[in-house]
Write a protein that binds this ligand. Structure first.
Ligand code: NAP
Length: 272
């Protein structure tokens, strides 16, 4: 990929830009970014990452890859603006819930559409990126996109039918994990810690746990059992979580997020 065009300069676009610039496979000046109205945001991104602000969506015309990074509810309007400037580019959508078929219809049958669900850690090259492409995307085009994304984290190719599920636990995952950490930090403060000091230990605990799960190839329940001695501290805490239904609440939260992704897809693509 030589030239990228990013439609939408919000937080996901910035995480992606940060990672891709750090990866160093594309000259930041060849990353063109367009917003709807907030021009000052483009100036910021130019200052921080060296990207080129695009004055209009017409800049998409001479790009190899067009990234859709607008909110799902803005997608159909954005595609209407983009459509006259499309030819052979590969389109990569970040949008939660929006099916490939809706993008295809809104672009007059564009064949090269890839749907992804990245998450914010792509900014530090530790992202989880679910990706799905229809058979109309030739393997070599898909491989080039996967190669670029692989520098930003773990890429997993899935069927499109699983995309709303990936959105729920992986796209929204950093938010859910942060919510758990909010509670743990509050507990640490209640027990006498300064928040910053507690956060140092908490963040490292998450990083360390993730590394152990991966490097020892353990399931989360195996690791939990290993660190839970009978009548010990972890056991005491987990018993409270069990009695308060935390496990079921988390399952329900992820399921609700998946349903919401699906609802958004229906709500925001009605006109397509
Ligand atoms: N945030 C996440 O963690 C995350 C994770 C995975 C996937 N995603 C997906 O990434 C997408 C973007 O999310 P976000 O959180 O980055 O949203 P955001 O911060 O609200 O940014 C969206 C940007 O899109 C711009 N925009 C809207 N309509 C446009 C148009 N017609 N042409 C050009 N620019 C337009 C807006 O510009 P103005 O401000 O000028 O209106 C805004 O800067 C969503 O579809 C979301 O589902 C997000």
């Amino acid at each position: 990929m030589k030239r990228l065009f990013i439609l939408g300069a919000g937080s996901m676009a910035e995480s992606f830009i940060k990672g891709i610039v750090e990866e160093g496979v594309i000259d930041p000046r060849d990353i063109f970014v367009c917003n709807r109205s907030r021009h000052e945001r483009l100036m910021e991104l130019r200052e921080w990452y060296g990207i080129t602000p695009a004055e209009s969506v017409a800049r998409a015309a001479d790009s190899d890859l067009v990234i859709l990074a607008v909110k799902p509810y803005d997608m159909m309007e954005a595609l209407r603006q983009l459509r006259p400037h499309l030819s052979n580019q590969v389109i990569l959508s970040f949008a939660a819930g929006i099916p490939i078929d809706a993008i295809r219809r809104a672009t007059g049958g564009h064949p090269y559409i890839i749907r992804t669900m990245p998450n914010v850690p792509v900014a530090v090259m530790q992202g989880a990126i679910a990706l799905s492409a229809p058979p109309t995307v030739p393997r070599d085009k898909l491989d080039r996109v996967i190669e670029m994304l692989a520098g930003l984290g773990q890429v997993v190719e899935i069927e499109e039918g699983l995309m709303d599920a990936a959105t729920a636990f992986s796209g929204s995952g950093p938010g859910f994990i942060s919510y758990l950490l909010e509670a743990m930090e509050q507990a640490a403060v209640d027990l006498g810690f300064e928040p910053e000091l507690a956060r140092k230990l908490l963040v490292q605990t998450v990083i360390g746990t993730a590394h152990v799960l991966r490097e020892w190839n353990l399931s989360p329940s195996e690791l939990r059992r290993r660190v839970t001695s009978p009548n010990g501290t972890t056991h005491a805490g987990v018993e409270v979580m069990k009695s308060r239904g935390v496990y079921d609440a988390i399952i329900e939260a992820v399921q609700r997020a998946a349903v919401r992704a699906e609802e958004m897809g229906r709500e925001y693509t009605r006109e397509a």
